[in-house]
Design a protein around this ligand. Structure first.
Ligand code: EPU
Length: 416
């Protein structure tokens, strides 16, 4: 088992390059299933979750090659089952459901269980596929879906679901007739997937809004695409600069995707300046306390909640952070308390009282973004922080230890 060890208190200075977005890469790699030629994807981040989706695709008979870019050819697709072994390590494996059903008319995907941040059902994915005419059964822990042909339909999502919107959008590209997704997710990652599908020949309109219309086509062709930058990784580095009174330039981020995060960082007193090759981030004191409520895009992203909570631990007052997307995304709170944070949970809100400082401690990562928050806390704490169970961080942050250490952090990975 590996650990991350941080000796806190170093100001971060320098430049950091943001990697491709995990949550765009996963559905886009899955979308290759819809085509039979070679697809070439650039800016694919080197992450554990990306390795998992590649493994899943290979198991379905898909060819995956990788040098700088990732090349995928699904001509040999000959299996329609996503096994529990892979799904249990990554819920996003469910993203093969829609494309498998569209291409092979059959899919068998292990039902993901609950996870550290909430129950996370996939009922909206399944209801949507049933509305397109699929027969969907749950048997022995698997979703089994079958359809002689998929037919366009109007699907209303009770909650805007990111991977649900992506699954249905992929399934509808090859359905007969028009599908309308209402109350669809508007996340930039959904738009990036739509852009890839359109390059493949899909007829999609309205992506990035709450109503997406897809007119089915007979077939899709292979394409090339560069994955968008990871807005959550970018936001995490911006908090790292803010919390250490640092001065860094964040390169290769798309500021158009980051309005809510920019506005909250600015409100907290962090200086953000647009320069032509990136965003300069300067942490100033005092950090101001602010309230945050997570919401679907364009609201404040739940994937930045834990990181902002750490920033608020160093603010000059009390902040209320409300988590409305996932019901159990406060697992980092008890670990932050061990470092001296003053945080109280009331229902779906965390009341964070700024303290004069945190002190390093042994802590345990519980999920991806919680791990990021513990690293941030360690960077700004006095003394040594030892973070265990760091495999979570490798799921979603490419070379984070190296990137932070290039900015001057005293951080290393060690084997137990
Ligand atoms: N929901 C349902 N039924 C469904 C689907 C969702 O009730 O069928 C609920 C969920 O339980 C949750 C809410 O709807 O309360 C929103 O969940 P959503 O489906 O949008 O989440 P997701 O698609 O499973 C993606 C990201 C998550 C990110 C969320 C919210 C990917 C691969 N994952 O998950 O990313 O937190 O959207 O923005 O895109 C992460 O990167 O750390 C991460 C967890």
């Amino acid at each position: 088992m590996e650990k991350i060890i941080i000796n806190g208190g170093k100001r971060l200075i320098g430049e950091v390059e943001i990697s491709g977005a995990k949550n765009a890469a996963l559905p886009i790699l899955a979308a290759s299933i819809l085509t039979e030629g070679w697809n070439t994807f650039s800016n694919v981040p080197n992450l554990r979750d990306v390795e998992t989706i590649k493994k899943l695709l290979i198991g379905l008979g898909v060819k995956v090659e990788e040098e700088k870019d990732v090349r995928i050819n699904a001509a040999g697709l000959n299996n329609y089952e996503a096994p529990y072994d892979l799904v249990k390590t990554m819920r996003a494996s469910v993203l093969v459901l829609g494309p498998l059903l569209a291409r092979l008319k059959k899919a068998k995907v292990a039902l993901p269980g609950g996870c550290a941040i909430g129950a996370r059902p996939i009922n909206l994915h399944l209801n949507g596929l049933a509305a397109l005419g699929a027969k969907v059964d749950l048997k022995h822990g698997y979703v089994e879906a079958e359809a002689k042909s998929l037919k366009g339909a109007t699907i209303f999502f009770d909650i805007p679901t990111v991977t649900g919107t992506e699954n249905l959008m992929m399934a509808a590209t090859l359905a007969d007739g028009v599908t309308t997704l209402e109350n669809a997710a508007c996340e930039p990652e959904v738009v990036d997937l739509a852009n890839v599908l359109k390059k493949m020949g899909a007829d999609i309109r309205g992506e990035g809004t709450e109503v997406i219309t897809i007119e089915g086509v007979k077939e899709l062709k292979s394409t090339n695409h560069t994955i968008i930058p990871d807005r959550i990784e970018a936001g995490t580095f911006m908090v790292a600069a803010g919390i250490t009174a640092g001065d860094i330039k964040v390169r290769n981020c798309n500021i158009a995707h980051m309005d809510a995060v920019f506005s909250k960082l600015t409100e907290a007193g962090i200086k953000l300046t647009y320069e032509n090759d990136g965003v300069r981030v300067i942490g100033t004191k005092p950090i101001r306390s602010i309230d945050i409520k997570t919401l679907p895009y364009p609201g404040f992203p739940t994937d930045m909640q834990a990181q902002m909570m750490v920033l608020m631990c160093f603010a000059n007052g009390t902040s209320i952070i409300s988590e409305t997307v996932f019901e159990n995304r406060f697992m980092h709170v008890s670990e932050l308390r061990r470092m001296g944070a003053d945080i109280r949970i009331e229902g779906r809100s965390a009341i964070v009282k700024g303290v004069s400082g945190l002190n390093g401690a042994p802590v345990m990562a519980t999920d991806l973004r919680a791990s990021a928050s513990l690293i941030l806390a360690g960077l700004a704490s006095e003394g040594k922080t030892e973070i265990s169970r760091i495999y979570h961080i490798d799921r979603g942050y490419e070379r984070i230890v190296e990137k932070l250490s290039n900015l001057g952090a005293d951080i290393k990975r060690v084997r137990d």
